[in-house]
Design a protein around this ligand. Sequence first.
Ligand code: ATP
Ligand code: MG
Length: 140
Amino acid sequence: MTKELTLSIIKPDATRRNLTGAINARFEQSGLRIVAQKRVLLTRAEIEGFYAAHAERSFFDELCTFMTSGPVVIQVLEGEDAIVKNREIMGATNPANANPGTIRKDFAESIEANSVHGSDSPEAAAVEIAYFFSKTEIVG
Ligand code: ATP
Ligand code: MG
């Protein structure tokens, strides 16, 4: 067990329905600590850069439009095995396939508007955290 940091984004479908607190409670109840957090309206350029790995996927344009359609809450979560643990708390990408009790099962509207993002590897977490936060903004 090692203490890790992971990047989380509460997506526009969730901020629109005022679910930020309900989702943060899931993280905290699972032992993850929110060590950085900001609510922002992403620009097209910011989200295209963030999702660069998905640039060739058929849904890329639509995904970037969705992610700039309203505020997002970008956060750094800290905890033991935080990367894998957060992916478990989030549930499968498609809410139809997500396990009961996960954020996406309980809150997601669709495979696209699926309420949360979470880093999927230590390498991705490091890149994604640095994309949005400076070291001094992360207070553990
Ligand atoms: P995230 O990276 O947001 O944590 P994920 O790792 O579960 O989600 P990815 O395959 O990385 O899923 O896809 C990134 C995001 O693209 C998804 O969270 C979802 O919002 C959107 N997405 C994925 N597949 C589709 C699809 N088939 N149609 C529309 N949007 C999709
Ligand atoms: Mg992903």
